[in-house]
Design a protein around this ligand. Structure first.
Ligand SMILES: C[S@@+](CC[C@H](N)C(=O)[O-])C[C@H]1O[C@@H](n2cnc3c(N)ncnc32)[C@H](O)[C@@H]1O
Length: 294
C-alpha cells in the first residue's frame, strides 16, 4: 500500500535544484519526492507532514518536522528560513485513503474518522452526526460538487446516529443510485466530508500565501493538486501573486502599492504523461503549477 508519487520527475525538474540550496517538502507522505531531492547536492531539506503514521527516512540532510504546513511556516523557530524551492503535493496519501483504520474509505467498514492529523479534535463522526442539514448541504455541494447534495444531507440527518463508513454509504445510497460508470455513489460525499474535517482548502490558501513569501529570489514554488477545487485555488493565487498595480485604469498615479512577486512558469498546468498514466491511472487528475519569485 505504498504511496506512488505523482509527477515526480516533473516536480523535481521544475524545482530547479541548486547545489548548496535549502529546500522544503511540505507534504512528506511516503517520502517519494523527498527521497529524490535528497539525491541532489543540497544543504538541507526541511519536510513536514501532520500524520502521526508518517515515518521519515534517516538522512543527515533531512530535517523532518511533524507539523501542519501552515503551522510550520508560522512557527517562530523556522520563520527566518528562506528557501530555494518549496514543493507541495496536496491531498491524501495511499496509506491514508486505503488504511483500514483511518475511516477515509468506503471500501472498509470503520469508525468515521478521516483525520490526517490524529491529534486533531474534529473528526468525520462529529461532522456527520452534529452538523445541521443546511451545513451538510453546503459542504457536500461545495467540496463534493455533488448534484444530490440536498437529498444526501437530509438522508444523513434522518439516518443518525451514523458511526461507520458503511452506514454513511447506506445513507447516501438511499437517495442516490450508482451511475453507469460504477463509481460508488458516496464518492463525492466522502471527499466533501474529508475536506471539511481537515479544512483542506483553507489550509492550501494559507499555505500558498505564506510559502510565496518564504522563497529566495529565483526560488520556486512547485504545487501538485489532485482535484479541480485545489487547482482552482492554486491557479488564481498565482495570478494574484504575479499582478503588479491593481489600481483602476483611469487613476493617473498608482496608489495601491501592489508589486508583482514573480512569474508563473507554467502557463498551463503540467499533467501526467501517458507512461505515468499507464503505471498509475489514479494520477489522471493531478496538475502541477510553478511560480518563481523575483
Ligand atoms: C499526496 S500525499 C504526499 C505524497 C508525497 N509527495 C510522496 O511522494 O510520497 C499528501 C500528504 O500531505 C499531508 N498533508 C496534507 N495536508 C497537510 C497539512 N495541512 N500539513 C501537513 N501535512 C499535510 C498528508 O498527511 C499526506 O501525507
Amino acid at each position: 500500500m505504498e504511496h506512488v508519487s505523482v509527477l515526480k520527475k516533473e516536480a523535481i525538474d521544475y524545482l530547479n535544484i541548486k547545489n548548496d540550496g535549502i529546500y522544503y517538502d511540505a507534504t512528506y507522505g511516503g517520502g517519494g519526492h523527498t527521497k529524490e531531492i535528497l539525491k541532489r547536492d543540497i544543504i538541507t531539506l526541511y519536510a513536514t507532514d501532520k500524520d502521526l503514521n508518517v515515518k521519515p527516512i534517516e538522512d543527515n540532510k533531512l530535517i523532518f518536522v511533524k507539523s501542519d504546513f501552515v503551522e510550520f511556516l508560522n512557527n517562530d523557530k523556522y520563520k527566518d528560513i528562506f528557501f530555494d524551492g518549496i514543493l507541495a503535493d496536496f491531498g491524501v496519501s495511499n496509506m491514508q485513503i486505503l488504511g483500514e483504520d483511518r475511516g477515509f474509505s468506503f471500501l472498509h467498514d470503520y469508525y468515521l474518522d478521516m483525520r490526517m492529523d490524529q491529534t486533531q479534535e474534529l473528526d468525520a463522526h462529529y461532522v456527520v452526526n452534529n452538523y445541521s442539514s443546511e451545513e451538510l448541504f453546503i459542504i457536500i455541494k461545495k467540496y463534493g460538487e455533488e448534484k444530490f447534495a440536498s437529498r444526501i444531507a437530509n438522508s444523513i440527518v434522518r439516518n443518525r446516529p451514523i458511526d461507520t463508513t458503511f452506514q454513511l454509504v447506506d445513507a447516501v445510497k438511499q437517495v442516490k443510485k450508482s451511475n453507469k460508470k460504477n463509481i460508488n455513489p458516496a464518492t463525492q460525499t466522502f471527499q466533501a466530508i474529508r475536506i471539511e474535517v481537515n479544512q483542506e482548502l483553507k489550509k492550501i490558501e494559507d499555505f500558498l500565501d505564506l510559502a510565496v513569501n518564504r522563497l529566495k529570489k529565483g526560488g520556486r514554488l512547485v504545487v501538485i493538486s489532485f482535484h479541480s477545487l485545489e487547482d482552482r485555488i492554486v491557479k488564481w493565487r498565482f495570478i494574484e501573486y504575479k499582478k503588479d498595480c491593481i489600481c483602476p485604469k483611469d487613476l493617473p498615479v498608482c496608489s495601491c502599492d501592489k508589486v508583482s512577486l514573480g512569474n508563473i512558469i507554467t502557463r498551463k498546468p503540467l499533467t501526467p504523461s501517458e507512461d505515468e498514466l499507464k503505471l498509475n491511472p489514479k494520477s489522471r487528475s493531478a496538475k502541477l503549477r510553478v511560480f518563481e519569485r523575483i
